[in-house]
Design a protein. Structure first.
Lengths: 443, 112
């Protein structure tokens, strides 16, 4: 009688999504109460009676009965989901409608309705991500604040604001309208991408927490892929990018929780199942005319995945992918990464020249990996003092403890007399992490 | 061998995240498993619903629950077998409810 790891967190998202379809999006808080109630009953009953054979079904039945009770008692005073019309008013239709919505095969669509609702155009990206984590992934405010190394009050403010907008939107997003679906899909993909990046590049010093965020992003992407309109080439590319990148998680931190650069990772630790899943998804993404950033980033991840040793990396391919990426997204961070790839192929002098040529590099002023990249290349040229001062700048701009530790190690490397291994420590910082700074103003 | 009723007081219904509920669940399941392995569970008992009625006095007044503050509310019981009350008390000490601010009342079943 064991309980699956994260069972309650996973079920929280499923149950809340289903119940919101019954109660209406304006009654999200009521749905959350019913879920909490079902969990508390489980906590009272399972230890004594034993964990049921199908814990998910038990929780769903408990929530269903409670929902039925609430609808019966409140239907004159409260209005429930407008989408259901008067179906909840009559005993003839109440239970059948409830059972249809709460059926296991209806849950993925309910999750999508809520996920799309969370990506409301009135909400900023950071609010969307926080809402998805809270409502669909079952993370508390406290846990989200921990994962983002962000203040409790700031996260709470985001979630309260997000829920207010959700409640005011009156209707849950309707996944059955193809035009609306396609309109909102990019925002949903972007939120999942940011959620994933927060896991992979994120601020939490706890590797397990970051891995969980990656897993959640992968899980929700799988739900999106299942939907007839959700499984677009871009979604496949996004899922491929996540699988190929997450495959590196086991090698990404060492025993003491320090980041291990892509080039120093023990590639035998990479998750082969995820790599082959990623390659399969990448193939499925290759249809249609649209080339998205997800396609390019997934292709880059696949180039790394295919290199058995770091020195086998196909730099020509990586550089040309960065150039395609710059064409879509002329971000100085992408240009910086291209410069780093050039340094890998042609040596540090050419790399530094490419960095100097980045046109809008002043936008990188606060980005700690900018000075780190220069420092790394100076170190390779043997300019220890110069390298040291660049890493010192990075250290001052570090955004979290993991980054700080990483730059401290680089500074220590400058002070070591021995020859440096030719690593590209900063390369793994490639993708721009989701920024959820506390000072951010949400419209 | 004597029998003792363990009465659990204090609400499980704290505001907790799913992950915290999961951890609490694991502790409860582990505790009951330990009791079962020791062979001291005479009857696994039942959880009690927080609702209910109280009937009181000559007037047979009927009151709705809850009867007390959450921390005093009995929310379940188990019947335990142990040679002495000290040993029964020892068994209760690893009950997870204690970590959540609740209590276990250990009451010997009277023998005639």
């Amino acid at each position: 009688m064991n309980v699956d790891e994260h069972l309650f967190r996973r079920e929280a998202g499923r149950l809340t999504s289903a119940l919101t379809r019954v109660f209406g999006v304006h009654n999200l808080a009521l749905a959350e109460d019913v879920v909490q109630d079902a969990f508390c009953r489980a906590l009272e009953i399972w230890p004594i009676r034993g964990v049921p054979d199908n814990p998910s079904a038990w929780l769903m039945t408990t929530a269903r009965n409670r929902a039925l009770d609430i609808v019966r008692r409140q239907r004159t005073a409260n209005t429930f989901a407008p989408e259901l019309g008067r179906m909840l008013d009559s005993e003839w239709t109440l239970a059948p409608v409830l059972d249809e919505i709460l059926a296991a095969d209806a849950i993925p669509d309910s999750m999508l309705r809520l996920m799309f609702s969370c990506c409301h155009p009135r909400l900023s990206e950071s609010v969307r991500v926080a809402l998805i984590l809270n409502i669909l992934c079952g993370f508390s405010v406290q846990e989200i604040a921990g994962a983002f190394a962000s203040g409790h009050a700031a996260v709470e403010k985001r979630i309260v604001r997000g829920k207010k907008v959700l409640a005011e939107s009156k209707h849950l997003f309707d996944t059955a309208v193809p035009a609306d679906f396609s309109d909102r899909l990019p925002a949903v993909q972007r939120a999942l991408y940011l959620l994933f990046n927060e896991g992979y590049h994120g601020a939490s010093p706890v590797a397990a927490v970051r891995a969980e965020l990656c897993n959640e992003a992968i899980r929700l992407s799988a739900v999106l892929l299942q939907h007839q309109l959700g499984g677009t080439p871009a979604t496949y590319a996004l899922a491929a990018l996540m699988a190929l990148t997450a495959a590196r998680l086991p090698a990404r931190t060492d025993a003491s929780g320090n980041l291990v650069a892509l080039f120093d990772q023990d590639r035998t630790l990479w998750d082969q199942t995820r790599l082959s899943e990623g390659m399969r998804l990448l193939e499925l993404s290759a249809s249609g005319a649209e080339l998205t950033e997800y396609h390019i980033e997934a292709a880059m991840a696949s180039v790394h995945a295919l290199a058995r040793r770091a020195e086998d990396t196909d730099w020509d391919a990586i550089i040309s992918l960065y150039e395609s990426l710059i064409a879509i997204n002329p971000s100085p961070i992408v240009a910086l990464n291209r410069a780093i790839a050039i340094a890998q192929r042609d040596g540090p002098d050419r790399g530094l020249a490419a960095i100097a040529a980045i046109s809008n590099h002043e936008r990188l002023a606060s980005y700690p990996f900018y000075s780190a990249a220069v420092g790394e290349l100076e170190l390779r040229r043997g300019n220890r003092q110069r390298a040291r001062s660049h890493f010192q700048t990075s250290l001052e701009k570090a955004r979290n403890a993991t980054e700080r530790r990483f730059f401290e190690q680089r500074i220590a490397a400058c002070d070591r007399p021995s020859a440096q291994p030719p690593d590209a420590a900063f390369l793994d910082a490639s993708l721009e992490p989701c920024r959820m700074s506390d000072g951010e103003e949400d419209q | 061998m004597s029998e003792f009723l363990f009465l659990f007081r204090g609400s499980q219904r704290l505001a907790r995240s799913p992950e915290e509920i999961q951890k609490s669940m694991q502790k409860w399941v582990a505790w009951f498993r330990e009791l079962n392995q020791k062979g001291v569970v005479k009857d696994p008992g039942n959880p009690l619903d927080a609702s209910g009625k109280v009937v009181r006095g000559h007037g047979k007044d009927v009151h709705d629950g809850p009867y007390a503050e959450a921390k005093d509310l009995i929310n379940g019981y188990v019947l335990i077998e142990a040679p002495t009350i000290d040993q029964a008390v020892e068994l209760s000490k690893s009950c997870p409810i204690l970590e959540d601010g609740g209590s276990v009342e250990v009451r010997p079943i009277s023998k005639f």
